[in-house]
Ligand binder design. Sequence first.
Ligand code: HEM
Length: 455
Amino acid sequence: MSTVLTSRLPPGPKPRYPLAHLFAFRKDSIGFLKNLAEQYGDIAHFTIGPLRIVLLNHPDYIREVLTTQQSAFIKGRPLQMVRSLLGEGLLTSEGEVHKKQSRLIQPAFHRNMLDGYAPGIVRNIQHTLADWRDGQLVEMKEAMTEMSIAIAGSALFGVDVHQSVPEINRALETATGLFGRIPLPFAEHLLKLPLPGTRRFLSAKARLDHILRKMIAEREKGNNDNGDLVSLLLRASRETGDEGMSRQQVRDEAITLFLTAFDTTSTALTWTWYLLSQHAGAEAALHRELDTVLQGRLPVAADLPNLKYTRMVFGESLRLYPPSYLVPRQAAQWVTIGGYSFPAGTIVLISPYLIHHDARFRANPETFDPVAWGQHAQGQRAKYEYFPFSRGPRSCIGEPFAWMQGVLVLATIASQWRLRMMPGHPVALQPLINLRPRYGMKMILEKRQPSHVGG
Ligand code: HEM
């Protein structure tokens, strides 16, 4: 006989009318969660229709979910909509399937592989810069997205996708447009109804599938194993026995890695250009480092350990604007955290954004200060005070790649260009799947000449 446990739910507000929390959450998810934590403390709960949702807003509780008790949680319902686009890839799969896939894919991100991606990354950055002119107005979110699609295509997949970049971008925008439905109590059932939004989603998904399959086929035709990601997936699919990967799995992993790679990184880079344009001191320190280390040439992998300040700039930007501002989980069994218990099915929300902006864990949390980021304690507790890539067994597999791309993009561009905000351009958050700038980021290009300092 199973033990009967009593739910002792954390405190939280009662909705004023049935879907009041849904409307408040959809209107301003970050503001809603921030208020909840301010009013009810570090562990609080609210409901959306039949859904029971718990917000955990303290590093000690976050460690419980992501690491200590991680096996009691699944991706579950919050990832259901994402699953309908990505299938059972690394981001969305659970349990043994996830473990096996993770083991197969991990080698593509090992240190010895990473250096090999650098030349492809820098080539694609140069491709973007070839069209830039002094004084030109550039929509940086768009520029960073297109560049990151091309980087993901060439560095990870070994194919040139420049031709397909606009189509991939459009299809992804349409497909993720539907993710606004995620908090709806019966969102997964809406996909079965012939609604206009659903039709748009399915046709965008079909377009993405077609492009991805072409990319994989092209890679297969080349028949040369470069040790890149697609080679690795294809090799695994040729193997027989339990350890192999089916064609469907290859597709699911390929689309997962492709899509998770570029939207996060391009969003992070866009915010970084914005922050640099607002902080002349940090921008000057970045230029000094780049001029000293690079002396006017393009960066290579061997420069990365010397680009310390560049790395701090990217790290601090990920603190202020973590693209994955919300990490959801679902309890798979009874869970006790912070003296409260909640049953299987409860949705748990963790927000890197809220923690990164909390004055308890970082002095002057609203200030952009790359040096303070570099000095932040690296102890066990601090791991859960700064976690833009999440933590534990479900943390970001692409983190080393993201750091490499981030530093190489900043180094290549900032050594040649300065970016100024277009006067009057509004800046606001748009928390969708990623934390995007709501109005994009219109910036003006200013050519700079590296000053040859140092030896
Ligand atoms: C600045 C850039 C990036 C950020 C902020 C970021 C953030 C994250 C976060 C927070 C998670 C955990 C999501 C969750 O638990 O629900 C995650 C997972 C993941 N990311 Fe990233 N990511 C970035 C770049 C990348 C890149 C470049 C790739 C691939 C090349 C990638 C591939 C993945 C995959 C496959 C997962 C699922 C891992 C698993 O569950 O085992 N990400 N990422």
